[in-house]
Write a protein of this length. Structure first.
Length: 302
């Protein structure tokens, strides 16, 4: 299959490389010409505009986008919809909000275009290990692109699936990322407790390596924890500032809307927000209140 690939960040470029290894032909476009050149060296055909990209694809066309959620995805879809013809398929493999995917599917269907939303997990390891793909959309276009999903997944028969109608792929990925927040927070807190018990002299890396084999808490995230701790257990060059991609927020909001308790994911998100505060005002107020009602000492800013 000849596939148009839009968005050649690290993940998008690696997905294109994995597809080319499986003998799929890629026509690549990115706003950064140097990214297109790099993929041309790997064997892809390059395009210097969306118009050029569409013109180099045979009918019916298939285009896969790996772009940040929000306006850049919205604008690219609008531009492509004006260039494509009925029967063409647009695939969004980024982290779009599922409600946006539902709306986009309705709009594109009215124009005679097919839309598939693919929640994609695998990060920088996907090129070698394969990607987990949660796919939403109508059955026929999903089945028609089966070869792409089989090539990107860890194996043709596992790691991917058609999970429901449009929006379902991105909804499943949103929940996946919410779970990821909770798992990461649990590991972080556990290792912080180990580190604080200084009289035991724990090697955090050693404990992580022990837990990787046979333990009920073994996981790929634990494998990555061991890697992160291998060279410097104090993580001296890492700032305690944790961003979020937005999907944790969406998961918490969805849980509230559905009246589903999700305390672990919610607290994990709140901890990320807290990590970005140098001098949390809430803690200052707590200290001031203790001083007001009990005369407890307050540490003053020098």
């Amino acid at each position: 299959m000849k596939l148009g690939m839009i968005g050649l960040g690290r993940m998008g470029a690696n997905m294109a490389r994995r597809l080319m290894k499986a003998d799929h032909h890629i026509v690549a476009f990115d706003a950064r010409p140097e990214a297109v050149k790099e993929l041309e060296v790997a064997g892809a055909a390059g395009a210097d505009s969306l118009e050029d990209l569409v013109g180099k694809l045979g009918v019916p066309r298939s285009l896969w986008m790996m772009l940040p959620s929000g306006e850049i995805t919205e604008g690219t879809l609008r531009a492509l919809a004006a260039l494509l013809t009925p029967g063409d398929t647009l695939i969004d493999g980024g982290n779009s909000m599922y409600r946006d995917s539902q709306r986009r599917a309705t709009t594109l269907t009215e124009a005679g275009l097919h839309f598939i939303d693919v929640g994609t997990s695998g990060g920088v390891w996907g090129l070698s290990e394969g990607y987990s793909l949660m796919i939403g959309g109508e059955a026929e276009p999903v089945e028609r692109h089966r070869a792409l999903f089989e090539a990107l997944a860890p194996a043709p028969d596992r790691g991917w699936g058609h999970v429901g109608p449009n929006g379902a792929g991105h909804f499943a990925k949103m929940i996946h990322n919410g779970i990821e927040y909770g798992l990461m927070q649990a590991y972080a807190e556990g290792f912080e407790i180990l580190k604080a018990k200084q009289e035991m002299g724990f090697s955090l890396h050693q404990v992580a390596e022990i837990w990787r084999y046979g333990s009920v808490v073994r996981s790929w995230l634990l494998d990555l924890t061991a890697r992160a701790l291998a060279d410097d257990e104090n993580l001296s060059d890492v700032k305690a500032w944790v961003p979020d991609s937005g999907e944790g927020r969406w998961t918490v909001a969805e849980a509230i809307e559905l009246d589903v308790p999700a305390p672990v994911i919610t607290i994990a998100l709140q901890r990320r927000l807290r990590s970005r505060e140098e001098e949390p005002f809430a803690d200052k107020l707590l200290a001031a209140l203790r001083n007001q009602f009990g005369g407890h000492a307050v540490r003053r800013v020098m």
